[in-house]
Design a protein around this ligand. Sequence first.
Ligand SMILES: [Mn+2]
Length: 383
Amino acid sequence: MPNRRRISPRLGQMLELFSRNEDWVIVINADPDALASALALKRLMARRVGKVAIAHINEISRPDNLAMIRYLRIPLVPWSPSMLESYQRFAMVDSQPHHSPAFDGIPFSIVIDHHPLVPEHPVEAAFVDIQPQYGAVSSRMTEYLRALHIRPGIRLSTALQYGIRTDTATFTRKSSDADMRAFQQLSFHSDNALLMRIVRSEYLPEWLGYFGRAITSLHKCRSGMFSFLGEVENPDILVVVADFFTRVHGLRWIAICGVYKEKVVVIFRGDGQSIDVGGYAAQRLGTLGSAGGHRAMARAEFPLSAAEGRNIEIFVYRRLSDRLPKAKKGIPAEVAQNAEESPAALNSSSEQGDTEPPAVHEMSVSPVGAGNNDLPGMQILSN
Ligand SMILES: [Mn+2]
């Protein structure tokens, strides 16, 4: 309630900018919060201005973003400088003009954001509302709608909820009471099944081949698992696949390895309990390139040439699984202890592969071929 009174005079300033003779473009760097906020601003402009377009400056590729646009029917066009001629007014939500060179030269009349203000880049526009304490601009937009007595429709409510949910990481990240309140108010008008459909759109169909590879080339690796995906189009896919495995109950840690542009990339995910994957990555792969991270998340990268022509899958598997010489050789006690982790939780029936290095023919598999059957099998699948 106090909010309604507080923002009304400011909203009045914004409404004064609207005229039915002028067409507007809302320019965004599309992500869920920006998309939802733009949709809310468009709703707010309805019948107050001429045409309203929402234009994005970035390429949109995340599956949840695509799902949001599709299921919530968000009208969107790519930004083109020719719009500077065909539209009279420009607004921006969830960004500030200095955030991207793509915004240069656009005369913004409205800037609504929640990113911190930077003294070197003061924001100049007829209407500026920047609230860094808000977890999401969507929350602010929800207040605007309420203040103007606009009841958001199902799709707009669902979009705003997803914007808030994403930017606050479902309220686990910095957020304010305003975010909580907005989310709760929106729940009266939103479609929860639709929201969950968007939340669960995590994968693109073209990624499924990588999942197939990851599962068929999964190998026990000491107390965890290792999988090699071969050459990947983008190293991000390794992160997506590694994250997927964190959902498997009892899996202590996973290392997903791939080759991208003459570089070997290994993504580690752990349960945060058994071993410190950051320390493990550094200990096992650190001498080859960069390797490290946190207890539950880590990454290693090194040039393909570091394997000196050996089969990459076997090379990395051995680095991760071979028993290390006892602690005297300068290995920190804690790391050495982690390395001697107890047997795999997933497999009670067989020994770990680490005591006997797998008998492999190093040159028999192409350096980036996935799915080496000479490595110890994965018992869940083979039983
Ligand atoms: Mn945001």
